[in-house]
Design a protein around this ligand. Sequence first.
Ligand SMILES: [Zn+2]
Length: 218
Amino acid sequence: MTQEQRTPSQEDLDTVSRQLGRPARDIVEIGARCVCGNPLVATTAPRLSSGIPFPTTYYLTHPVITSAVSRLEAAGEMVTMNERLETDQELQAAQLAAHQQYIAVRDAIGLRSGVGAVPEIEGVSAGAMPARVKCLHVMVGHSLAAGPGVNALGDETLGKISQWWTAKVCACAGAWDTESPVPEQDRSRHVRTQAGDPEAKRRERAAKRAAKEAQQQQ
Ligand SMILES: [Zn+2]
């Protein structure tokens, strides 16, 4: 995808919030899109706005893909994959390459989003790569964002969910609630965040000052 395609519009962020059923937070890019343009994968910067390091860059947002992958997980797919990872050297090499690509791309996202380097998570990718698989959603999110040939287990998982979802066919209709209001930021959290934010305090003081001055002028 081009940078223009990756840049999230307000509509994209609203769609992601609807897909997840909760407010989309700290999303800096859209990692992959449906053929119709809707987000499939949300990209989070390697450091959240709260300052917390965040290793998992790609998050599957499309409910049809998410539930198809959950079905495979529930059927024990990861057990088999982890057994294969113990002995299959070709697969081990593929996962090591995927792990390295993940970190390189995440570093690049950190740079373009203005977050910069995040030393706390240096050398750590996501989903227990490269030695194990802890989350198939992470693998598939990576595969969709990177395209085929980068994350072997993600590609393989996509092949296995093809009866429910494939890249060529839009499965968005009816997949999430488009009628209810967009889920919004929890208010209590919002207030708490602002309370500790020096910039918000500064604005608050400035507003009080302006109000006082306005009163004095009357
Ligand atoms: Zn679609």
